[in-house]
Design a protein around this ligand. Structure first.
Ligand code: UD1
Ligand code: MG
Length: 434
């Protein structure tokens, strides 16, 4: 029983007021379209087609590199959702038994809901199943389902509402069809509406008039939140964060103010982790066990190993690895660096393009001067070194193990093992009156 999925992503997205294609706007730092493609990843034996506009072509290769099996069809003119589906029909879709139409702007839909709806579709031998929901506000712009004696008879779009009776049950935009019926009836849709568009939702009325088998499956409203404007995008991000927060709380992560913590779609957190209020996770962050993340820390592309303490006010980014039991304190920025175990960088430092080996202590205000105006250069600090406060470590630089650098030193030459280095400058004392 073959399945075909059509993801509609060609809409102009004009209500977003943005040059970026709507479906590439991000939820949890991840494009909405990718959320959807991940949700359908678990379906076996499925053909996935994304309907795009010609201006979207530049993003095709990026999507293809991540989702090798998807194919694209281009909708030349954005004439509505039915026209988008029509433009995507090729032999492979036509040969499938069942077609699911998904909207690229509805990113929170779960595989569970899709599978549940598909199950009902098959069990009840339906020709069309609408995934429906009840919004939490009455002034929404979703299409509304119409019923006569409990039979679904149509969907009225937001701009088209007349005195007709309709319910408060709305269309999520997701529909499941018997492919044969979809194809037979698509051509019957007219664009007699204010937008002069071909609405896919008109199929409900057409199917009803032909007495075909139609129904709807109700699902959780948050899963079906659609994004048409920036306000919607903020709402979806808000719900996404709540889902993530609840997920980590259920896994035993300790957060006293979860509502202040922001996760990315791929954040990984281990056991017995404490996250104090106001912590931000960018992409590719992995926190291992028993780590404490103190308030106002900003992490982006970093792995933190067991028993380390980060922050408050730490910024760690662009490919950093922090090994076991290290301590990164306040106002410390670390970029593209490897910090080995038992290292302390407790206050006010910038560490960039560096390797800091185990058991070293980096004093307050130590700065790696990694950029010479042309290139980024590396700093290596050996095991068990002590770098004094307010030092400038001018890279490229190799400070070998067991060495000590005196406070206030500008150091631009490599330091051999077990060496003490400092700059001697005389302290001048003058009597003010002379
Ligand atoms: C649509 C539904 C509405 C539903 C809502 C759920 C229709 C006519 N209306 O309205 O019943 O409640 O979604 O969020 O289907 N698209 C194309 N080509 C086009 C037009 C749209 O590919 O010519 C794509 C868009 O990129 C988007 C999806 O189809 O991903 C839905 O289009 P959109 O304009 O957002 O429709 P809504 O007004 O949200
Ligand atoms: Mg929409």
């Amino acid at each position: 029983m073959s399945l075909s999925i059509i993801v509609l992503a060609a809409g102009k997205g004009s209500r977003m007021l943005s040059a970026k294609p709507k479906v590439l706007h991000e939820v949890g730092n991840y494009p909405m379209l990718f959320h959807i493609l991940d949700s359908i990843n678990s379906f076996k034996d499925v053909r996935v087609k994304i309907v795009i506009s010609s201006s979207f072509s530049q993003y095709k290769s990026e999507i293809k590199s991540k989702y090798r099996k998807v194919t694209f069809s281009t909708q030349i003119k954005q004439n509505g959702t039915a026209d988008a589906v029509n433009s995507s029909l090729d032999e492979s879709t036509k040969n499938s038994n069942t077609t699911i139409v998904l909207c690229g702007d509805t990113p929170l839909i779960s595989p569970k809901t899709l599978k549940k709806s598909l199950k009902k579709f098959h069990k009840d031998n339906l020709d069309l199943c609408v995934i429906s929901m009840i919004p939490d506000n009455e002034t929404n712009s979703y299409g509304k389902l119409k019923f006569i004696n409990k039979r679904l008879t149509g969907i009225v779009e937001d701009g088209e509402i007349t005195n007709d009776k309709h319910s408060n049950i709305c269309n999520s935009g997701i529909m499941i069809f018997k492919t044969k019926r979809l194809i037979e009836n698509l051509k019957l849709i007219k664009n007699k509406n204010k937008k002069k568009e071909y609405f896919l939702t008109d199929l409900v009325e057409i199917f009803n008039k032909k007495n075909l088998s139609i129904d709807h499956v109700s699902c959780d409203f948050t899963e079906t939140l659609g994004v048409n404007c920036m306000r919607d995008l903020a709402r979806v991000n808000f719900e996404f964060q709540n889902i993530k927060r609840n997920y980590y709380l259920s896994k035993g992560v300790q957060m006293v103010a979860p509502e202040t913590i922001f996760f990315s779609y791929d954040t990984q957190i281990g056991k017995d982790v404490i996250i104090q209020p106001n912590v931000y996770f960018g992409l590719a962050v992995k926190i291992k066990d028993r780590v404490t993340l103190r308030s106002f820390s900003y992490l982006d592309n970093v792995i933190v190993s067991n028993d380390s303490v980060i922050g408050p006010y730490a910024r760690i980014r662009d490919g950093v690895e922090i090994k076991e039991n290290s301590k990164i304190g306040n106002f410390v920025e670390i970029k593209k660096s490897k910090v080995d175990k038992n290292v302390k960088i407790s206050h006010l430092s910038y560490i960039g393009d560096s390797i800091i080996n185990s058991d070293s202590n980096i004093g307050a205000g130590a700065i790696t001067c990694n950029y010479d105006g042309f290139r980024k250069n590396k700093t290596i600090i050996g095991k068990n070194c002590f770098i004094g406060s307010n030092t400038s470590l001018v890279a490229p630089l190799n400070i070998k193990k067991g060495s000590i650098v005196g406070a206030g030193t500008v150091i631009n030459k490599d330091v051999p093992i077990e060496t003490i280095v400092y700059r001697k400058s005389e302290l001048i004392k003058k009597n003010k009156k002379k």
